[in-house]
Design a protein around this ligand. Structure first.
Ligand SMILES: Nc1nc2c(ncn2[C@@H]2O[C@@H]3COP(=O)(O)O[C@H]4[C@@H](O)[C@H](n5cnc6c(=O)[nH]c(N)nc65)O[C@@H]4COP(=O)(O)O[C@H]3[C@H]2O)c(=O)[nH]1
Length: 740
């Protein structure tokens, strides 16, 4: 090689066969050098004498010749390093040995690269002859090595410091594992090496199951994952998540890698979380239940409050506002009326004889009637008006904006509407209202004052014959006080024996004899004096005291009848006035019959006088009561006939034997042809129906004569006698009998 590098091929002499052989050898060597894949250089005195193509290429020269004469120091990073190489290499080279090194070299362009150097002195005994160096560019290899080294270091770092257990298995044993796995399972470093997995898998059965499950997955080249319980060296158990993969799916013998994570804490946290979640869900369920029951409670409470409010402000039967709500609305309406100087009226409405309905048909019918009346009242007034029920059969209408005229119109409408009968069950009922009207501000400026005024006016409407309305006047207040006084005084009148019966003779116009006497109640109060029945009877009726009083009248009259019978006062009969309230009392026929039986008086000596209104109100029930009274042999007459509205057809059905022509027709007979015509018609009608007639209030001879002419059967009045005390009547009867 030294020859070759020392003598270029083109300069060799070609003289002999020997020289030919040498030249061939040289060419072979030249070819060898040129085709060598490493760089070769001959250096003498630290200067390049000759190099091959690869050497030039490595250092970045185009031709090997370009390098000839260049100091070899140029091929090293620094002079220092160059010298240092010389110092290092010399001991080896001088011994005739090959020196090998790997070091950084410098290319022509200054770039450094790793080169593998192999050098040898041509003559170890004489360094001046130079040296031969072979250089290989291992820069790429060095870089790969460095990368590989880095990667291995990184992997090792990961392996050593991973917070997860990593183990390599081969042939059923751990071949390698990281410190974390050792710590996790409580083993000392290296202790797990070559250990059997059954040492940390709690049972052989669990290990077999794990193997069985993992096998097919692993053999398919897939990753096997499972949660397994592992046993630490001290026997405690860990919950682990295990991931496993074969290093080479096609070669089981390569073994597998296991990545094991201690998930005990995670599991506990999960369990805790699940527990908390369950508790939370339970709490949510309970809270939802609580809430829904609270909502239900609230709903109930709201309903209760609404109900309480409703009960406090509305009449439960009719659903109309009650006194409280009426008072509230009145206060508002009064304020508006005052501020705007607009009118306001209050109507107090009381149903005439409503008590009869309750007494005779029962409360159920009475209640149903009140409901219907409430509806009808409501339908008549305007939306902004209030119809309130105060209780019983009392209603109050608050009419904002209504003056006297308007209130009168409303009252008239109510009256008109009351003529339409109410159908309650199988009863056809007609009930009339008595109404009192009070106006703001003249009759009162507050709710109480206004309703009281309307109440007083209503009372007067009742006194004035019912089924009508009256406006309040200041004089009325005094009168109503009297009504209260009377009501109070009446309560004690019976027990204090303040009542008396007077008897007014009824004279037969055909014979001129006294046939009977009408018993008329008299009340003398020590302070109030004598009070007219026309005044106190309505009070007694309204307060319900009429029943007791009526029974006393009946008993007293029958007792008197008995005495007169015993005293031989002819076949005198007694007529007793019956209040509508008494008439509607279901026990009336039995009560009368009992009184008669107890006294031993024949029923045909007693006559009961009914008012026309009694029959008109509820003809069907009236007929039934009359029939029952008749079946007891008691005779009935119709008082004040002509003032009511009884029709001919009704009269026909009633078991009435006598009509008493009201004194209002008799009074003006002398000069009122209409009254004459009416009286005459009544007499004829009665005759046609087979009834007798008695004319009331006959005061003059002329009246008497007219009645006689018309064929009236009986007459009664001051013309014959005023009502008399029993003793006086006896006296009158005897003297009248003697003179006629
Ligand atoms: N101007 C005038 N009046 C005459 C004449 N003749 C009789 N009278 C009066 O006319 C009334 C007739 O009785 P009535 O129409 O049943 O009217 C009675 C009757 O409806 C009622 N009443 C009287 N007593 C009773 C009773 O015991 N029970 C009931 N429920 N009502 C009675 O009181 C009303 C008034 O009774 P009284 O004041 O006694 O008044 C009586 C009587 O005194 C006359 O010629 N001229």
């Amino acid at each position: 090689m030294s020859t070759l590098l020392n003598a270029p091929s083109h300069a060799l002499p070609l003289e002999s066969a020997e020289s030919n052989a040498v030249q061939r050898l040289l060419r072979e060597h030249q070819t060898l050098l040129e085709s060598a894949d490493v760089g070769i250089v001959f250096i003498r005195q630290r200067v390049v004498v000759r190099c091959n193509r690869r050497y030039a290429e490595i250092f970045g020269y185009l031709h090997p010749q370009d390098m000839e004469g260049i100091s070899s120091a140029n091929f090293h990073p620094t002079r220092t390093e160059f010298r240092e190489l010389g110092r290092t290499a010399y001991p080896t080279l001088s011994r005739g040995e090959v020196f090998k090194t790997e070091r950084l070299m410098r290319r022509k362009n200054g770039r450094l690269f790793w080169g593998a150097l192999t050098g040898r002195l041509i003559n170890p005994d004489d360094t001046r002859e130079g040296s031969i160096w072979i250089i290989d560019d291992i820069d790429e290899q060095k870089r790969s090595q460095s990368l590989l080294g880095n990667a291995l270091r990184e992997k090792q770092l990961l392996f050593d410091h991973a917070a997860i257990g990593i183990a390599f298995f081969r042939k059923g044993k751990i071949t390698r594992c990281n410190p974390h796995l050792e710590q996790m399972l409580g083993y000392d470093p290296g202790e797990l090496q070559n250990i059997d997995p059954t040492s940390f898998i709690p049972s052989t059965q669990a290990w077999e199951q794990l193997q069985h499950k993992s096998q097919s997955v692993l053999l398919n080249g897939l990753r096997f994952e499972a949660e397994v319980a592992l046993q630490r060296k001290d026997g405690s158990v860990l919950e682990c998540e295990m991931r496993c993969k074969l290093l080479d799916a096609s070669d089981l013998s390569q073994g597998s890698v296991w990545i094991i994570e201690d998930i005990t804490d995670r599991k506990l946290a999960q369990q805790h979380l699940a527990q908390v979640q369950n508790q939370l869900e339970q709490q949510v369920r309970e809270r939802t239940l609580e809430l829904s029951s609270t909502v239900a409670d609230l709903h109930r409470e709201v309903q209760d409050q609404e109900r309480i409010y409703w009960l406090a402000h509305y009449d439960p039967l009719t659903g109309l506002p009650n006194r409280t709500l009426l008072a509230q609305r009145s206060a508002g309406a009064i304020q508006t009326a005052t501020e705007n100087s607009t009118p306001l009226a209050v109507i107090f409405l009381d149903l005439d004889h409503f008590k009869h309905v309750n007494d005779s048909l029962g409360h159920k019918v009475g209640d149903a009637l009140l409901v219907e009346i409430g509806k009808r009242l409501r339908s008549i007034v305007r939306e902004r008006d209030t119809v309130a029920r105060l209780g019983g059969d009392e209603f109050v209408l608050l009419l904002p904006g209504a003056n006297a005229q308007g209130a009168a119109r409303v009252a008239a409408k109510l009256q008109e509407a009351s003529q339409r009968p109410y159908q309650i069950e199988h009863h056809e009922l007609t009930i009339a209202p008595s109404m009192g009207i009070a106006l703001h501000p003249q009759d009162g400026t507050e709710f109480d004052a206004l309703t009281q005024a309307a109440d007083v006016a209503m009372y007067h409407a009742k006194l004035d014959g019912r089924n009508t309305y009256r406006f309040f006047t200041p004089e009325m207040r005094a009168k109503s006080l009297r009504a209260l006084q009377l009501e109070n005084a009446l309560r004690r009148a019976l027990e204090r024996k303040q009542f008396q019966l007077h008897y007014q003779p009824q004279v037969c116009l055909r014979t001129g004899s006294i046939r009977s006497a009408e018993a008329l109640l008299r009340w003398h109060h020590p302070e109030l004096g004598s009070i007219s029945p026309a005044e106190f009877i309505p009070v007694a009726e309204d307060s319900g005291q009429i029943l007791q009083i009526g029974e006393w009248v009946l008993k007293t009259a029958v007792e008197q009848l008995k005495q007169w019978n015993q005293q031989g006062l002819g076949n005198i009969k007694v007529a007793v006035n019956l209040s509508a309230i008494q008439f509607h009392q279901p026990q009336l026929p039995e009560m009368v019959s009992r009184i008669l039986t107890e006294s031993g008086i024949s029923p045909d000596l007693l006559e009961l006088e009914l008012t026309e209104g009694v029959a008109v109100q509820d003809p069907r029930t009236a007929t039934a009561t009359m029939d029952r009274l008749n079946s007891h042999g008691i005779r009935l007459s119709m008082d004040d006939f002509g003032t009511g509205y009884s029709s001919l057809s009704q009269l026909k059905r009633f078991q009435i034997y006598k009509l008493k022509i009201d004194q209002s027709f008799i009074r003006d007979i002398d000069h009122d042809s209409n009254d004459r015509a009416i009286v005459s018609a009544i007499i004829r009608m009665a005759q046609a129906l087979g009834m007798q007639t008695t004319a009331e209030g006959v005061e003059t001879q002329a009246q008497l004569e007219f009645l006689q002419q018309q064929g009236c059967d009986e007459a009664q009045g001051y013309h014959f006698s005023r009502p008399l005390q029993a003793g006086d009547f006896e006296h009158f009867f005897r003297s009248y009998a003697q003179s006629h």
